[in-house]
Design a protein around this ligand. Sequence first.
Ligand SMILES: Nc1ncnc2c1ncn2[C@@H]1O[C@H](COP(=O)(O)OP(=O)(O)OP(=O)(O)O)[C@@H](O)[C@H]1O
Ligand SMILES: [Mg+2]
Length: 234
Amino acid sequence: MIEIKKLVKQADNKLILKGIDLSIKQGETVAILGPNGAGKSTLLKVMATLIKPTSGSVTINGFDLKKDHFKVKKLFGYLPHSSLLYDQYTPLENLVFFGDLYGVKDVELRARELVKEVGLSFFINEPVKNFSRGMIQRIAIARAIIHDPKILLLDEPHTGLDQGAISILNNVILSMKEKGCTTLMVTHDFKQAAEICDRIIIVKNGRVAEDFKVRNNQLDFVSKKYQLQVEGVS
Ligand SMILES: Nc1ncnc2c1ncn2[C@@H]1O[C@H](COP(=O)(O)OP(=O)(O)OP(=O)(O)O)[C@@H](O)[C@H]1O
Ligand SMILES: [Mg+2]
């Protein structure tokens, strides 16, 4: 479904991505692990069409990310480090605004459902600027899925969430997976990666260093592979 070929990204004379090759099937839930500065967020940004690659290609269901930009863009739901929300707006206003951008039908109903799903109905009419970090992250998750994307690109989605919100997020990812949605999740949280993902990719120094499947919550297996690959511990 997603084919990434020889993807290179250079910025300010620095090679950030040094030739990434990846093939991801529909419905896969993939965790992208790796040390700070490895190029994980850059990879997600290229896929979300926020930045252009220097060379190489990304195709989604046969459509080229560069050439068929408008066709593929709406397939993505992107949750970056920052929330992208408008501070002075309420959760409802934010979600209706973003839903409208994607042409979501019955957008207000959908927005209300999502606010409920992320457990913030009580705050539906409160400006986002009064929210805690975890509350903002909950609404940011709702924003990323308002248009029912086919591919979720999540950059450290568990950051700042309490246990309840972690369960909500994991349930969102798993129920999207049941609908055939593909997820790429950058994370430093091995526990969440092992719990909800079926494949782990380790990015190191702009390259894919490891790519393996996981089953049944193999946290130890993931940690060992990471230590071996990134920290050189055997
Ligand atoms: N626009 C840019 N111009 C120059 N260098 C950049 C740019 N964007 C990112 N970089 C550099 O590319 C490298 C990879 O950055 P990236 O944000 O992709 O890392 P990451 O793997 O997501 O790290 P973290 O785990 O800290 O979030 C870093 O060294 C960063 O400084
Ligand atoms: Mg990052």
